[in-house]
Design a protein around this ligand. Structure first.
Ligand code: ADP
Ligand code: MG
Length: 233
């Protein structure tokens, strides 16, 4: 069953006199627990599309449905709630809060969405830090970590609320290839363990190679749609 459904989605940015049709007319469906990647040149609309999926922005036309909810019909508060409960984000620049420790950074989204008791929060945070191999760094601050370590913390933070969907915009762009590979492995493991749907925007061939479905964007439209052959496990 399709878990994410876009129907004739368009996004026009207006700034002053200028209008930029960033997404023109996109319809697609993404299955649950899939590993999907949007690729395409800079300016082709990848980030715009991810922001629409993440309820960070509203389409100018068309509809976006996630897990049966028409998110384009929600008001701002409802969208924020929906986002907190269902969606995790991994950004290129990690976006960790510098004044919080590793543990606190990962714990942070749990304060924002649900009333979870302290012990339960701790359990979830430690479990994810262990999964991403960062347990022994839990009391450090972001400026004491390498790029790869920061990104692994960002992965743990994106997953701590057990979101149904994780959106990742160029998540490995600032990582060396060994670290990038480790991060991708962690994401794959999470998908297998929790059935999380991962949607990437990336140029990185390492992620593209791991994706099961690849959409190539050009000029705000889907140029190509490939379903990769699955290796038997
Ligand atoms: P990509 O992520 O593939 O590089 P983007 O989605 O960031 O592409 O951008 C698609 C198009 O929309 C580009 O032409 C970009 O300049 C434009 N754009 C993106 N964000 C904005 C914005 N906030 N205001 C105006 N134009 C924007
Ligand atoms: Mg982008």
């Amino acid at each position: 069953m399709s878990f994410i459904k876009l129907d004739s989605v368009g996004k026009i940015y207006v700034s002053g006199e200028l209008t930029v049709p960033a997404i023109k007319d996109i319809s697609l469906e993404i299955n649950e627990a899939s590993f999907v990647s949007f690729v395409g040149p800079s300016g082709s609309g990848k980030s715009t599309l991810l922001n629409l999926l993440g309820c960070l922005d509203q389409p100018s036309k068309g509809s976006v449905s996630i897990n049966g909810t028409l998110v384009n019909k929600l008001n701002q508060l409802e969208r924020a709630n929906f986002r907190g409960k269902n969606i995790g984000f991994i950004f290129q620049n990690f976006n960790l809060l510098p004044v919080l420790t590793v543990f606190e950074n990962v714990e942070y989204p749990l304060f924002m969405v649900q009333d979870i008791p302290k012990e339960e929060r701790k359990k979830r945070v430690l479990n994810l830090l262990e999964k991403v191999g960062m347990l022994d760094q839990k009391n450090k601050y972001p400026n004491q970590l390498s790029g790869g370590q920061k990104q692994r913390v960002a992965v743990a933070r994106a997953l701590v609320t057990s979101p149904k969907v994780v959106l990742a915009d160029e998540p490995t762009a600032n990582l060396d290839s060994v670290t990038a590979f480790q991060v991708i492995k962690v994401l794959h493991h999470m998908r297998d363990a929790f059935g999380t749907t991962f949607v990437f925007a990336t140029h990185d061939p390492k992620i593209v190679k791991e994706a099961e479905v690849i959409y190539t964007l050009e000029d705000g439209q889907i140029k190509n749609h490939e379903i990769m052959a699955k290796e038997s496990k």
